[in-house]
Design a protein around this ligand. Structure first.
Ligand code: OAD
Length: 257
């Protein structure tokens, strides 16, 4: 099947599906200027996850970890959602059985107006008390850029504040995990812009397949999911999704005419 035929086939499946679940990763925000983690120019090429994205790293050097998160917050604050975010936001409003799960912490899906986003790895715009002090909420929003002093302090107890993200070695919020795996049991599961190597998120496509969903992937590179899915579209998200949307909108118009 040519890429064009794959696009048409996926649009057809989207039109028919009742429950549509989309899992996104860093590739969806690449066109907005947010660096991905792996691949050429990926963050893990120049930075060590062990030094910056684990509870041990934070315990060792909270100022260094916060310096990195402040840099990312500043970078993302200057970025805007791209065409891929906008198409997914439109689908979240149009399809009643639509669920977006994202591994991204940048908040660009929400800024595009996507409804009901499940944030699998949390948000860089949220913070938590490192000590989980009893007077503080579990997590709260703070969009200050940069957060000072370094490291910033919990306004409730004066202890350390931490980013509201999931680090390597930490558990996914059990409610988000349950809701995401329930959403994977759908009619159509689409994976967009993720290397599909970080678990448990990488297991969602398997769950969908096991449940009998039609599965698809949009990624310019091959991933471990490529062999599993029914359709693997080798394109950038910001190109493929608007093409699919164009087909959906055109067929809606002709059906209504
Ligand atoms: P990765 O950086 O691992 O993968 C990004 C994927 O996006 C790659 O497969 C690229 O080929 C693809 N890509 C690049 N540009 C694209 C574009 N324009 N359109 C579509 N795809 C494109 O990012 P994730 O899979 O999101 O976790 O990484 C998963 C997790 O690993 C992250 O949430 C983060 C990271 O370490 C934590 O921090 C816990």
């Amino acid at each position: 099947m040519s890429t064009e035929q794959q696009i048409v086939a996926l649009a057809g499946r989207l039109r028919e599906a009742c429950r549509i679940t989309v899992l996104t990763g860093a590739g969806v925000s690449a066109a907005s200027g947010v660096p991905t983690f792996r691949g050429a120019g990926g963050l893990w090429k120049n930075y060590s996850a062990q030094d910056l994205a684990t509870p041990q790293a934070f315990r060792r050097n909270p100022a260094l970890v916060w310096e990195w998160y402040n840099w990312r917050r500043e970078l993302v604050a200057k970025c805007a959602p791209n065409a891929a975010h906008h198409v997914l936001a439109a689908w979240s409003r149009r399809f009643p059985g639509f669920q977006l799960i994202t591994q991204n912490v940048d908040g660009l899906h929400e800024r595009a107006g996507t409804e009901g986003v499940l944030r699998f790895h949390g948000s860089i715009w949220e913070v938590q008390c490192w000590e989980r002090c009893p007077s503080s909420p579990e997590r709260w929003r703070d969009e200050t850029v940069p957060l000072v002093p370094l490291p910033p302090r919990c306004p409730y107890c004066g202890g350390l504040l931490r980013p509201g993200v999931v680090w390597f070695g930490e558990a996914i919020d059990p409610e988000i995990l349950d809701r995401s795996f329930a959403a994977a049991r759908c009619d159509l599961f689409l994976s967009v812009g993720t290397s599909t190597v970080v678990h448990p998120a990488a297991g969602l496509a398997h769950e969908a397949k096991r449940h009998g969903a039609f599965t698809a992937e949009i990624n310019p590179e091959e991933t471990p999911a490529s062999e599993l899915v029914d359709i693997s579209i080798r394109m950038a998200a910001e190109q493929a999704l608007p093409e699919i949307e164009q087909l959906l909108v055109t067929s809606d118009r002709s059906a209504g005419a």
